[in-house]
Design a protein around this ligand. Structure first.
Ligand code: PNS
Length: 161
């Protein structure tokens, strides 16, 4: 069975993330979406909340499971029997960091490779940061995130004050 991991901070999941997850689920038998800590980022949603939001948006994808994990991504992938980590690439500006992470991960665990999927041209501008910025100013989020989670984002922003 071919298994892949789609890792990310998903704070929150966007239509761009969802597009990558769906395409990965078409290529692999089993996909683990893993919500992880990015030490460079401060998050809006807790890890448990992010898992719940993603689960709601992928519930129609039978071969996709959503989890959270602490620690190293390659350790998680190994635990799941996944030989492949999938990352979406939106633009050349993503490349340096992604390439560095892929090489670092392969150095730690040579049996696990990173594959990059070119993001859909519809979503090259999109990121969780853009979503949060739009939400802050009350923009219509339907072009950015799955409809099922819009209310959660609006509520979170309102409660944040
Ligand atoms: O969605 P993001 O924020 O770009 O995802 C980055 C993420 C969470 C995949 C990355 O920070 C990560 O792999 N974190 C887990 C810890 C780890 O393995 N770090 C090594 C990468 S060099």
């Amino acid at each position: 069975m071919k298994t892949a991991v789609c890792p990310g901070s998903f704070d929150p999941i966007t239509l761009g993330h969802l597009n990558i997850i769906k395409r990965t689920a078409r290529i692999f038998d089993k996909v683990y979406v893993c919500v992880m800590k990015n030490s460079e980022k401060k998050s809006l949603f807790t890890e448990e909340e992010r898992v719940e939001l993603i689960r709601r948006t992928v519930k129609h994808l039978d071969n996709v499971e959503v989890e959270t994990a602490d620690g190293l991504l390659v350790e998680y992938a190994k635990e799941k029997g996944a030989a492949v980590i999938i990352r979406g690439l939106r633009a050349v500006s993503d490349f340096d960091w992604e390439f560095q992470m892929a090489l670092a991960n392969r150095k730690i665990e040579p049996a696990i490779d990173t594959l990059f999927l070119a993001s859909s041209e519809k979503y090259t501008y999109l990121s969780s940061t853009v979503v949060k910025e739009m939400a802050k100013y009350g923009a219509d989020l339907r072009e950015f995130v799955p409809r099922e989670i819009i209310e959660d984002i609006v509520n979170k922003m309102n409660n944040k004050g």
